[in-house]
Design a protein around this ligand. Structure first.
Ligand code: ACO
Length: 366
């Protein structure tokens, strides 16, 4: 029985693969990219194993431009039960992570014969263009309130749990659609020549979602406090806010080529030009994301620190204080007012800013 169980148990991370497809010649879809998920435990359970199948192949396909999803499950043999254990109901498991359209028939012809593909553009507006290795890339941004953006995000949320440890879905049913809090940033490769004349030149690279927390400041004395719920004359979008980067993903074929930095910069640049955003924060960053954020924030802040001549200055200390440097409060060693000014101007969250100051000071040690 144990041998049989083993024979019909497969690694989910190997059996599942994600492909980004485009229309191809001879009426056949072309797999532009094909990669495995990093995690499958949110879908199939902690052990990341699937029981009950031999020769199992689970292909999650996405149309390269509009990310129309489809799931294809195939196997050589299915064993319904071994002893008291039943084969995993894959359709049921994946239904919680993919929209119902992913289970419908006709995906291949929908992608192959899409009459709108050639003229399609990503939802929102183009906020950044850049080149890498001679290829063109664009970042588009738009509110999650727009239906094309909402559909697109709903299509690809499975990628969040597949690549971000502990990654959370945005529950689109729970979003408060009366407040425009979510803004989505999409990175696309734009081919100079699509694979067929009717195909879209756009191929999805990665995306980030951001969320605004409104900062309700205490009204000054003598002012009438803002009452809730909001009156028509107060638009929450005009209130001071803190921007939180919620989900951030560059798909494996495009990682380690600077696309993460380009996407982070696109989000940050928009925050810099929006006077209502006071600082940029990140929700539960992974170690890899921390590295990316540090690298980019440091590049932003270093010239500011240099211009303000930030350094540890012990000249104002008494000789007694100098002997006990460890116990001296930071206020006596660093120009905190200058630092606070830089932090506010560059909209960096306080803990991240403190890390950047520390990195800068350490880099000054000869
Ligand atoms: N050419 C070659 N390499 C480059 C270039 C370039 N033009 N530009 C930067 N790099 C290097 C960087 O120096 C960096 O090197 P290092 O790791 O040695 O420091 C490395 O490439 C990574 O930087 P980017 O390429 O800008 O980042 P990437 O596009 O790989 O994105 C990310 C990083 C977002 C973490 C990606 O790997 C990813 O999505 N991982 C899986 C999901 C994940 O962890 N997401 C973040 C979760 S946290 C959250 O969601 C808030």
């Amino acid at each position: 029985m144990a041998a049989l169980s083993e024979e019909f148990t497969v690694s989910a991370n190997e059996a599942v693969h994600i492909s980004i497809v485009q229309p191809g010649p001879h009426d056949q879809l072309v797999r532009r990219h094909n990669f495995h998920p990093e995690f499958t435990y949110p879908i199939v359970g902690e052990a990341e194993q699937i029981f009950g199948y031999k020769g199992l192949d689970v292909e999650i396909q996405f149309a390269a431009h509009n990310l129309l999803p489809h799931i294809n499950i195939s196997y050589e043999k299915k064993f319904e039960t071994v002893g008291t254990t039943s084969a995993l109901d894959l359709n049921k498991k994946f239904r919680d992570f993919l929209p119902p359209t992913a289970f419908e028939r006709g995906f291949e012809s929908l992608v192959q014969d899409d009459p709108d593909a050639a003229a399609w553009t990503p939802p929102g507006e183009c906020v950044k263009r850049y080149t890498r290795g001679g290829e063109n890339y664009e970042v588009w941004a738009g509110s999650l309130l727009g239906m094309p953006m909402r559909t697109l995000v709903d299509n690809i949320q499975i990628l969040i749990v597949s690549f971000i440890e502990g990654g959370q879905f945005i529950n689109l049913e729970d979003v408060d659609w009366t407040l425009d809090r979510w803004r989505v940033y999409l990175t696309y490769h734009k081919a100079s020549k699509p694979p067929t004349p009717r195909a879209s030149p756009y191929t999805f690279v990665g995306y980030a979602t951001t969320y605004r927390f409104y900062i309700f400041q205490k009204p000054a004395k003598g002012h009438v406090p803002i009452s809730f719920p909001f009156s028509e004359s107060i638009t929450p979008n005009k209130l001071s806010s803190r921007l939180r980067i919620s989900q951030f993903l560059i798909t494996p074929p495009y990682q380690n080529s600077g696309h993460g930095s380009a996407l982070y910069q696109a989000v940050y640049d928009e925050a810099m030009t929006d006077p209502t955003i006071l600082e940029v924060t990140v929700e539960d960053p992974s170690e890899e994301f921390d590295k990316l954020r540090d690298m980019n924030d440091y590049e932003t802040l270093r010239p500011q620190f240099e211009a303000a001549d930030i350094k540890i200055d012990s000249s104002a200390l008494t000789s007694l204080e100098r002997g006990r440097l460890k116990r001296i409060p930071t206020t006596k060693l660093l120009p905190l007012d200058k630092l606070q000014e830089i932090r506010a101007k560059k909209k960096i969250a306080s803990r991240q800013f403190a890390r950047m100051v520390e990195m800068y000071l350490l880099a000054q040690i000869p």
